[in-house]
Design a binder for this molecule. Structure first.
Ligand SMILES: [Zn+2]
Ligand SMILES: [Zn+2]
Length: 395
């Protein structure tokens, strides 16, 4: 075990307690007041310059050392989910209907443990920005912080984040260069026809038949417009129309979920959905309105920054506990927006594998506290290697 790992292991108890305290008091998106205050207070105690209320409840802690001009950003998310906890742990949520079911309590604790160590004995030269983000779970907290001038006020040459992942052995670090998580967009299609008697369809313009035609036509996009080696999803998850068997309704609505692992594929999906819906509607004599709601972007890890993180992870835990190129995930993550602005990489850390593993967003889930030492050691080593003091060479 390296000296660094030993040092963080020795202090892990304090941060496991902190993690459990945050777990016991989960807060939903943009309501992370207690968590943000706790984070800001700790950072200030350790000598960080702290900025509160960045993009709502976000917190940024900055530590400068030496004359180095390089600037590193590390991001943790702080929000919980609207889930009734059933983990059975002694540190279960006291906020009914709210739960840290995605391990953001652990991400926050790992970054705080790293923050304390870096302030106390970190060997680095340059600027460290620790970004504690609100509202990752669908609220787009990353965008809110960026709209609030995150990267203008705290410029970064690279930015990193890490998420725990059940089903992967505890402490294994998984990296991936390129597209790693999917974009997710949503569309509501409203068809307006002419209602009428079910016995006289020629006197009506039936939106149900048009909707059925559209559902089938949409299937051809993934089959015929997307490169078979690319991934794409077009799902019609809801179709609402009509109330009675002898009445042709005047309107119908469809709800679509659209995902891609490539920025161009994402654009193609939107373009083809719009074109098909318009042409199909016209062919059935109804009008169509599409409300397109862009969600999270494709998360793309840049090559150089991912390679750098691989070196750091391998140095820390050894090559046999690092997956160099993991599979992409169809889930979405708003760190994607930060990576559209600043090069960087999104890492996974195994939360444990085998029987009884509980997936994130499950009421029985809990963050694996063994990861506090590993995850925080990884952040410390990454910062020290990225902001390497003058006279020492970057390994
Ligand atoms: Zn989640
Ligand atoms: Zn999460």
């Amino acid at each position: 075990m390296t000296y660094l790992m030993q040092a963080l292991q020795a202090r892990a108890g304090e941060f496991i307690s902190l993690r459990r305290d945050i777990h016991r008091h989960p807060e939903l998106a943009f309501e992370e007041h207690r968590t943000a205050a706790l984070v800001a207070g700790k950072l200030e105690d350790w000598g960080y310059a702290v900025e509160r209320s960045v993009g709502g409840t976000g917190v940024v802690g900055t530590l400068r050392r030496g004359q180095g001009t390089r600037r590193l950003g590390i991001r943790a998310d702080m929000d919980a989910l609207p889930i009734d906890e059933a983990s059975g742990t002694a540190w279960s949520s006291v906020n009914r209907g709210v739960m840290h079911a995605c391990g953001h309590d652990g991400h926050t604790a790992m970054l705080l443990a790293a923050a304390r160590h870096l302030a106390a004995e970190g060997r680095f030269d340059g600027t460290l920005h620790l970004i504690f983000q609100p509202a990752e779970e669908g609220g787009g907290g990353a965008l809110r912080m960026m709209d609030d001038g995150l990267f203008e006020r705290f410029p970064c040459d690279a930015v990193y984040a890490m998420h725990n992942m059940p089903g992967i052995e505890q402490g294994r670090i998984v990296l991936r260069e390129g597209a790693a998580m999917a974009s997710s967009d949503y569309a509501t299609v409203t068809l307006h026809g002419i209602g009428g008697h079910g016995a006289m369809p020629h006197r009506a313009a039936d939106p149900i038949v048009a909707a059925a035609g559209i559902v089938m036509a949409l299937q051809s996009i993934v089959a015929r417009n997307i490169d078979p080696l690319q991934a794409a999803v077009v799902t019609v998850g809801a179709l609402h129309a009509g109330k009675a068997n002898n009445v042709i309704p005047a309107s119908a609505t469809l709800e679509l979920s659209v995902r891609a692992l490539d920025r161009e594929v994402r654009q193609t999906l939107e373009r083809r959905i719009r074109a098909l819906v318009a042409a199909q509607a016209e062919s059935y004599g109804v009008s169509a309105h599409i409300e397109w709601r862009p969600g999270y972007a494709v998360l793309v890890n840049t090559p150089a920054e991912t390679a750098f993180a691989r070196e750091v992870a391998t140095e820390l835990v050894g090559a046999d506990r690092v997956t160099l190129q993991g599979p992409p995930l169809t889930g979405s993550e708003d760190f994607a927006f930060m990576l559209e602005r600043v090069p960087g990489s999104y890492l996974l850390i195994g939360n444990g594998a085998g029987d009884g593993v509980c997936m994130v967003h499950n009421p029985g889930y809990d963050f694996n506290d063994h990861n506090i030492a590993v995850g925080s050691a990884l952040w410390v080593l990454l910062a020290e290697r990225f902001l390497v003091p003058a006279g020492e060479t970057r390994s």
